[in-house]
Design a protein around this ligand. Structure first.
Ligand code: ASP
Length: 321
């Protein structure tokens, strides 16, 4: 089927959803649980850590925190935590958020010097009346909570940044230079949670914050329905509140894959410049069904459940060159 034909069909599909509420399509009542899904190949070791929590009957919220800490702490992952791409001035600034089954959520943005922003976000959720702390305030809070300040700019990242300074070529988030980890889990009790963490766009403008720490844009969880997370050009998710949209489409009866496709279609229909960028949505519903969709080919996601672990290619709106 041509991309255009598929696109038009999908527009009709999402139009039909809003025209004919509530819902079409029946969700299965059997639950695939526990299950964890996460974005990109670095989701494989992250899922393994999450699975250790889930397979022992642990909570989804603990699983997603433990899971995404793996790439955060791995300097070879260049897009999350320590070793992440710095901003244009050579500062590594991290964004993360976390959300549980009771609509509790926590987030940090523009956090420097602390390599596990997801755990700081967890403590914002658990230990403060707020949802988000940013910059110096987030760092002060992290230090008060016992986190240790570290240099997050590895030699490799510093060398690459110094090379970049020679051209200062504007980096756009296309299919190569991003890789946020977003993770969603359904635990044995049937509760959903999610986490999302990133160093953001490579060589971004100082002060830039993307979608990843924004509840609704980079992550959303509604324990009645499902959960969604996103990767790619954060500005596109922020303009469409993409993950909230995915969850709302599931509420109206869409499967996780259909809901992700609907959100990609919304971006394509509303934002004319979408073809230059990559965006990938990943969703998990209350039954443990999962699915993904992206603009460009090349987005994959990791799954772990009782059937084992695997890496799956997301379907894409465009077919690539
Ligand atoms: N979504 C992230 C951001 O815009 C980037 C990524 O997915 O790697 O900051």
């Amino acid at each position: 089927m041509t991309t255009r034909r598929r696109f038009l069909q999908l527009s009709a599909f999402t139009g039909a959803i809003s025209a004919a509420l509530p819902a079409f399509g029946k969700q299965s009542t059997t639950q695939n649980k526990p299950v964890v899904v996460s974005t990109w190949e670095h989701g494989m070791p992250a899922n393994a850590a999450a699975w250790r929590v889930l397979s022992q009957g642990g909570r989804a919220i603990d699983a997603v925190e433990q899971g995404v800490r793996v790439p955060e702490g791995d300097p070879s992952v260049r897009t999350v935590g320590i070793g992440g791409y710095p901003d244009a001035e050579g500062n590594v600034t991290l964004d993360a958020c976390i959300m549980d089954e009771n609509m509790n959520c926590g987030a940090v943005a523009y956090l420097q010097g602390i390599k596990h922003p997801v755990s700081v976000a967890r403590l914002v959720m658990d230990n403060t009346p707020h949802v988000m702390l940013v910059g110096e305030g987030a760092k002060k809070f992290a230090l008060e909570q016992g986190f240790v300040e570290e240099n997050l700019l590895t030699d490799e990242a510093k060398n690459d940044w110094q090379q970049w300074l020679k051209t200062r070529e504007v980096q756009q988030i296309n299919i190569e230079n991003h890789d946020t980890i977003g993770m969603l889990a359904l635990d044995n009790k049937g509760n959903l949670s999610g986490a999302c963490t990133t160093s953001g766009a490579a060589y971004k403008m100082p002060g830039r914050v993307g979608d990843s720490p924004i509840i609704g844009s980079g992550l959303y969880v509604d324990n009645e329905v499902g959960a969604a997370t996103a990767t790619g050009m954060g500005e596109l998710m922020m303009k469409t509140v993409g993950c909230h949209l995915v969850v709302e489409l599931m509420r109206q009866g869409a499967s996780p894959a259909e809901a992700c496709e609907g959100a990609v279609e919304r971006i394509a229909r509303k934002l004319g410049d979408y073809k230059a960028f990559q965006v990938g949505f990943l969703a998990l519903n209350k039954q443990g069904q999962y699915g993904a969709h992206c603009i460009q080919p090349g987005f994959n996601y990791a799954v772990q459940d009782s059937a084992g672990s695997r890496l799956i290619d997301g379907n894409s709106l465009l077919r690539g060159a």
